[in-house]
Design a protein around this ligand. Structure first.
Ligand SMILES: Nc1ncnc2c1ncn2[C@@H]1O[C@H](COP(=O)(O)OP(=O)(O)OP(=O)(O)O)[C@@H](O)[C@H]1O
Ligand SMILES: [Mg+2]
Length: 300
């Protein structure tokens, strides 16, 4: 009797996984050619559902394993592996939800320690370290550091969203467009505050996202948008050094001299280190000023 029940459960499990595999194969083909962000968001939700169903399959399988032999389970073992592999493959096909306006800077120079520190802090699991505020004067390279971080670690995130934070209107607009790309039910609401709340809730309940508040003025300007917690990371860039109440501080200094020289030589294609040293000295090792000088030298 018990054996019959187990056999039936095994058959059901097999059928179940087979059906999911067929569906996943269909997705795989469709996803390849999908460009509409709303459809992509739908696939993402389906994939999430499939992950949940995989967990259920796994639980059922574990129970059956206690009562049946490996030989009897061989088929379903193979099928489970296939489903796992297919889900992985499909997930990789789907590009992250992403609105990064800048390209990676081919002349990006130095900053090894800061980038390593930023990564370490964000992934440390320490309370509040998942929010980092890069602070420093205009032109010192806060935004550049963030862009470089994004390109180095983009494979680790499913959502990377840039929020233009100098004004409250652009913050609200960028949150509203994230609601569209996430395909949240609230995306068409009239009231942007409600949309922002929905995005915030999503962030608080989902992993693997990176949010950038670029050029934020002060904590009060972004407080209503910052998720309370969750399994994601936040980078704030700001000229204002006073972020201790909402994030860990990561001050960005000017280039050290070696970085200035390396940058100038790379930027201008010239190798005269003495001249580069003198110029860097004159420009106070400020990356923005060095970039402008480099651009000028390149054209003359
Ligand atoms: N590490 C770097 N390597 C190469 N170029 C850099 C680097 N950092 C900054 N720059 C150059 O300096 C310019 C200014 O940097 P960035 O825009 O990041 O400054 P910022 O600190 O964000 O300034 P602001 O406060 O005005 O936003 C960049 O456009 C780039 O040309
Ligand atoms: Mg900036």
């Amino acid at each position: 009797m018990n054996e019959d029940i187990n056999r039936k459960r095994l058959n059901d499990l097999e059928d179940n996984i087979r059906q999911d595999l067929d569906m996943l194969k269909e997705y795989e083909d469709k996803e390849r050619y999908e460009t509409d962000p709303r459809h992509k968001a739908k696939y993402r939700q389906e994939i999430k559902r499939q992950h949940e169903s995989l967990t259920h399959n796994q639980e059922e399988y574990d129970e059956l394993r206690r009562q049946m032999t490996p030989e009897e389970l061989q088929n379903v073992t193979d099928l489970l592996q296939q489903k796992n592999a297919k889900l992985d493959k499909i997930q990789k096909l789907l590009p992250p939800i992403w609105n990064i306006p800048q390209h990676q800077n081919p002349n990006f120079t130095g900053r090894k320690g800061i980038l390593a520190g930023l990564r370490l802090a964000l992934t440390s699991g320490e309370p509040a370290a998942w929010k980092q505020a890069i602070t420093g004067m205009g032109g010192v390279g806060k935004t550049q550091l963030t862009v470089e971080y994004i390109y180095r670690h983009k494979a680790d995130y499913r959502v990377i969203w840039w929020v233009r934070s100098e004004e409250s209107a652009t913050i609200a607009a960028d949150y509203a467009s994230l609601a569209v790309d996430l395909n949240l039910p609230e995306k068409d609401f009239e009231d942007q505050t409600e949309i922002a709340k929905a995005v915030k809730r999503w962030l608080e309940h989902n992993p693997d996202w990176l949010l950038i508040f670029d050029n934020a003025q002060d904590p009060s300007g972004i407080r209503n948008y910052l998720p309370q917690g969750g399994a994601g990371h936040v980078i704030i860039t700001s000229r204002n050094p006073l972020w201790g109440s909402v994030a860990k501080l990561l001050p960005a200094p000017i280039f050290d001299r070696a970085e200035s020289i390396e940058f100038l030589c790379k930027r201008t294609g010239q190798e005269d280190k003495k001249a580069a040293d003198a110029l860097a000295d004159e420009l106070g090792d400020l990356p923005l000023a060095l970039e402008q000088a480099g651009a000028y030298i390149e054209t003359t």
